[in-house]
Design a protein around this ligand. Structure first.
Ligand code: ZN
Length: 244
């Protein structure tokens, strides 16, 4: 069986400019996410970041990516629109997209959602718990019904997203807020999974259960085979003929 090609994209700026982030993720948080996936023999991992030419997302990389994982925050605006166009078109054609944490404001996610994707937030060392609201969903497999993520930034409702096609997790925070934290959508022939935890100053991407959800999310978002279809036909399709 051929492997699933996963590209882990990180803006990779906080790690270079903020010591407290560097201390948590010295190699960049994309490598911490990758470390959590390293035991999965079905995945082939690649890494890409904003400051590489074409943000590391050349046609060759994008066209051979089955699932793209996206983390961005301080430099969403620096992502070139021509690259965003290509990412969105790849999703429509079947590529999976896993958007993490502050990626809720990334250009590809906002484009695919068509809404403002805004939310309520606070950095005050809340504790976050993830409650599973869809235990039969593939993304929840192998996990308990409640997960304590630990200290995290708070994201609260209202989250300006279209109604998820499937909702898998809701977060609760010590401040009392709740948030739709694990959301799935179908866009064209592709799938999008948004997963909330992962503020850059907390070691969230070392949490084994968070890693498991990301791994499950990648498998869920993997492309499914697409039947042949035709867009333009210059003659009407003949009526079905009874073959007996
Ligand atoms: Zn954050």
């Amino acid at each position: 069986m051929s492997k699933l090609n996963v590209t882990l994209w990180n803006e990779f700026r906080h790690e270079k400019s903020h010591k407290e982030v560097q201390d948590v993720y010295p190699n960049g948080l994309h490598y911490a996410i990758g470390e959590g996936l390293a035991g999965d023999a079905e995945l082939s991992l690649r890494y890409a970041s904003l400051d590489e030419p074409e943000h590391g997302l050349t046609d060759e990389v994008l066209n051979s990516t089955d699932v793209l994982v996206w983390w961005g925050h301080m430099a969403h605006d620096e992502v070139k629109d021509e690259i965003v166009d290509k990412v969105v078109k790849r999703v429509w054609a079947g590529m999976g997209l896993v958007v993490l944490h502050s990626g809720h404001f990334s250009k590809p996610f906002k484009r695919l959602m068509g809404t403002d994707c805004a939310l309520r937030w606070r950095e005050a060392e809340d504790i976050e718990r993830l409650w599973c609201v869809n235990p039969a969903h593939p993304i929840a497999q192998g996990l308990p019904d409640v997960i304590t993520v630990g200290k995290e930034e708070m994201y609260g409702e209202y989250f300006g997203i279209p109604e998820p096609d499937e909702l898998v997790y809701i977060s609760w925070f010590t401040g009392g807020e709740v948030f739709r934290s694990g959301c799935c959508w179908h866009r064209g022939m592709g799938k999008v999974f948004y997963f909330r935890p992962g503020h850059e100053t907390y070691p969230t991407y070392f949490n084994p259960q968070v890693r498991q959800i990301i791994q499950n999310g990648i498998h869920w978002a993997a492309p499914t085979p697409v039947s042949q279809f035709t867009r333009y036909v210059n003659k009407p399709t003949p009526p079905a003929v009874d073959a007996k």
